[in-house]
Design a binder for this molecule. Structure first.
Ligand SMILES: [Fe+2]
Length: 156
């Protein structure tokens, strides 16, 4: 049966919010990753890659807010600290300054990780009848798969 934030059990809301908080964390870590790459990318493809990484972080900055505010709509605490996000995130930062190709590879993996996290969160929401969270997760997952494709296409 379809549920809304008001009708979900406390346990269901907590479980869904936990999955969403992982997505918040990974989206935030990937925002920083994209900004780092936007600033530090070098080479003959500087122009388009500088712009592409900007497209990623601008999208992700808005998405962090949408995901965190859905957590709050479920009446659960939204992950709001960098330390907490780094603990939750399966997207990680690597040491050093990567080459342009390695930046694309790292960003492709980050996007694939996010797509998987959001597909899982959407499935969990669906199991609890939370259609509205499921819809948000599907939309975000699709965007991450689109960005994964953008990165993959640069790699040939
Ligand atoms: Fe900039």
């Amino acid at each position: 049966m379809t549920q809304t934030a008001a009708s979900l059990s406390t346990d269901a809301s907590a479980a869904i919010a936990d999955a969403l908080n992982q997505a918040v964390a990974e989206t935030t870590v990937t925002t920083m990753l994209a900004q780092n790459f936007h600033w530090n990318v070098k080479g003959m493809a500087f122009g388009p890659l500088h712009a592409l990484f900007q497209d990623v972080y601008e999208d992700h900055f808005v998405a962090q807010d949408d995901l965190a505010e859905r957590v709050r709509a479920l009446n659960v605490h939204a992950e709001g600290t960098l330390a907490g996000m780094l603990k939750r995130s399966k997207v990680t930062e690597e040491e050093g300054v990567p080459s342009d190709k390695d930046m694309l590879k790292q960003m492709m993996h980050a996007q694939e990780t996010l797509a998987a996290t959001l597909a899982g969160a959407g499935e969990l929401a669906a199991e609890h009848g939370d259609t509205l969270t499921e819809d948000l997760c599907i939309a975000r997952g699709q965007t991450h798969e689109k960005f994964a494709w953008f990165m993959r296409s640069h790699l040939g």
